[in-house]
Write a protein of this length. Structure first.
Length: 167
């Protein structure tokens, strides 16, 4: 029995089809079945014959299925299982409330960034460094200003902006 016959027998077996039948989402079952068959057919013939002869073909096939479904690096996962953002009719028609929230957030961000420009030059630069690096130790490394001083300056600047923007 050769590799093609082994895979054909497995492909039509009740056990294999029952196993595939338990996988979710159900609309991807045929794709999963074809992908498993392709992987088995691409496996080196001597390796597949050895697995079949030892009685481990079922186990090997189940591991292939599980890897395809669960591994974020597998081709099947990347092609079929990743979440895809869909544009809904509500979004297209403008009924979505998130658009209003987003516009409000963007307006607030614009006010905040304009207030950063109005800060004293030192505070302005420290805040921009914080936005760039994301932490005080990196600012210390970049500028040789002690991280505690950077922290105090940035916190004071943020409080000043908060007072101006939220009044």
């Amino acid at each position: 029995m050769g590799k093609n016959e082994i895979v054909a027998e497995l492909y039509s077996s009740k056990e294999f089809n029952d196993c595939i039948g338990k996988m979710e989402p159900d609309h991807l079952r045929d794709d999963l079945k074809a992908e498993v068959a392709l992987i088995l057919l691409e496996t080196e013939e001597s390796k597949l014959l050895q697995i079949h002869a030892s009685g481990g073909l079922r186990f090997y096939t189940v591991r292939v299925i599980m890897n395809l479904i669960q591994s974020k690096t597998s081709f099947f996962y990347k092609q079929y299982r990743q979440q895809v953002t869909e544009i809904t009719d509500r979004f297209i028609s403008g009924e979505d409330q998130d658009l209003e929230e987003r516009a409000t957030r963007e307006e607030l961000e614009e006010k905040i960034f304009s207030e950063i420009d109005n800060l004293y030059w030192y505070n302005n630069q420290m805040l921009r460094l914080y936005l760039k690096h994301g932490n005080y130790r990196a600012i210390e490394k970049d500028t040789r200003i002690p991280y505690s001083s950077a922290y105090k300056t940035i916190q004071k600047s943020l409080e000043e902006i908060k007072q101006k923007v939220l009044r």
